[in-house]
Design a binder for this molecule. Structure first.
Ligand code: ADP
Ligand code: ASP
Ligand code: MG
Length: 445
């Protein structure tokens, strides 16, 4: 048994869904469980429709037309998806009337994307003589907590999924097509895992069903040495560890959901990142024991980060100071990304979008605080045993381009080195470091 997850770009329109169905046909002997994301930019379009409803405009034309056209181009009847448009329109009217779009309502709203996708893909597979059935993930028992927009999987989900799909395996004469990204909380409200969350659904199903492989199909030849949108010469990394893949995702590589490796890693199930536009390419294998071990695996960047410097001589020799400091962030439910400390100062980074006035006021009561917006984290994922070599090369390159590093963080056992630079300079850093570590033959070898 395997899990095959197809992301938004893989199921963008009728032509891509036809390709996906051929890929699935070639894997039928391995009993695939399919996970789908919303078609193309549907999630973005749903969010935009929600915001427009807040401004008094209820309009689902773009979303409706795209799904109807896709279904018609595939030769499907639209009767199965039409009721969802009614529900969607009612929801948008509700948002408009109440002038309210809470995280809970937003999760309900974006769930329509994956629900529509599962129905369309299952219907098309069935039409192609691959009998298939759509499932909303909650019908298989995927339960989360109630943190809307960033929900956490409840542990009982694993047993639920195994009971629901594991038993089907014995007698199953259809291919399950499951909605990625969405779930329900214990009260029955729809939740989501955050953007890109279908990767996490795939990993969860794979771990629950103890499959031989989890495949995530995207529009790139696997995990690349950096974002191909910044460096066209980026090339596939053939093998990578779960830890390295997680670090890449935490530090901005949009190719995987940051938490998606956890279920697969805990169950030691191999993940393969493949390209639905180039299915013959082997892609990237993510496992517990990758064979390849170069100097640097990949370079990432996380844009629009805020840097906070907290300076206080009261920190000197004082126990409990850091605890009280971090309590302020915990109280305001603000998560901290990177941290570096000295005897009298702590520097940390946060996601830029968060409102910080209250936090700054509290921190200001016991320390001097400097706030720097418009920063970026430059991440280098590589062989920690050769960190001096990596840092030597990195600083030489950055110095040669007049780039100042404002903070640095490197774990003792982790494979990631994080550097804070100005956001406006980060693309140049990525390009130059990629050239140095991957395009310059002397170093790459
Ligand atoms: P899907 O939604 O199909 O699952 P995503 O769009 O979430 O896939 O991820 C694929 C995209 O991630 C690529 O098109 C690429 O632009 C971007 N990306 C960023 N960093 C990397 C990287 N290191 N390797 C591969 N892709 C990357
Ligand atoms: N459709 C969701 C998104 O665009 C989830 C996913 O694609 O994995 O973020
Ligand atoms: Mg995605």
């Amino acid at each position: 048994m395997i899990v095959m997850k197809f992301g938004g770009s893989s199921v963008r329109d009728a032509e891509r869904i036809e390709c996906v169905s051929e890929i699935i046909r070639q894997h039928l002997a391995r009993h695939p469980v399919i996970v789908v994301s919303a078609l193309g930019s549907t999630t973005n379009n749903l969010i935009a429709a929600g915001k427009a409803a807040l401004q008094g405009r209820v309009d689902l034309t773009t979303i409706k037309q795209h799904h109807l056209k896709t279904a018609q181009d595939l030769g499907l009847s639209v009767t199965e998806i039409e009721p969802l448009f009614e529900d969607l329109e009612n929801l948008l009217k509700g948002i408009c009337l109440l002038d309210e779009l809470s995280p809970k309502t937003l999760d309900h709203l974006v769930s329509f994307g994956e629900r529509l996708a599962a129905i369309i893909v299952a219907a098309y597979l069935t039409m192609c003589k691959i009998p298939a059935k759509p499932f909303n993930a909650w019908e298989l028992g995927v339960i989360t907590n109630s943190t809307f927009g960033d929900a956490e999987i409840s542990p009982e989900s694993y047993d639920h999924i195994a009971a629901a799909l594991g038993s089907l395996k014995q007698c199953y004469d259809f291919t399950p097509v499951v909605t990625g990204f969405i779930a329900k909380d214990k009260n029955g409200a729809i939740t989501t895992f955050g953007r890109g969350g279908s990767d996490l659904t795939a990993s969860l199903l794979g771990a629950a069903l103890k499959v031989e492989e989890i495949q995530v199909w995207k529009d790139v030849d696997g995990i690349l040495t950096t974002d191909p949108k910044i460096v066209t010469a980026a090339r596939p990394v053939l093998e990578i560890s779960f830890e390295e893949a997680s670090e890449l995702a935490y530090f901005g590589a949009k190719v995987l959901h940051p938490l998606s490796m956890q279920p697969a890693m805990n169950s030691n199930i191999r993940v393969r990142v493949k390209n639905s536009y180039n299915p013959g390419h082997p892609g990237t294998i993510i496992s517990g024991d990758p064979q390849q071990n170069g100097l640097v695996k990949a370079i990432t960047c996380k844009r629009n980060v805020t840097l906070i410097d907290i300076v206080s001589s009261r920190m000197l020799g004082q126990y409990g100071f850091l605890a009280s400091l971090f309590q302020v962030f915990a109280k305001h439910q603000i998560s901290v990304d990177m941290v570096a400390t000295s005897e009298i100062s702590v520097s940390l980074t946060l996601n830029q979008e968060q409102a910080l006035d209250a936090v700054l006021a509290e921190l200001g009561a016991f320390s001097r605080v400097n706030l720097g917006r418009g920063k970026a984290i430059l991440g280098i994922v590589g062989n920690i045993k050769r960190s001096s070599e990596i840092l030597d090369g990195t600083f030489n390159i950055l110095h040669a381009h007049g780039i100042n590093v404002q903070m640095i963080s490197q774990g003792a056992s982790k494979v990631n080195i994080g550097l804070i630079v100005e956001d406006s300079e980060v693309e140049l850093c990525v390009k130059e470091l990629h050239r140095y570590f991957f395009e310059d033959q002397r170093i790459a070898a």
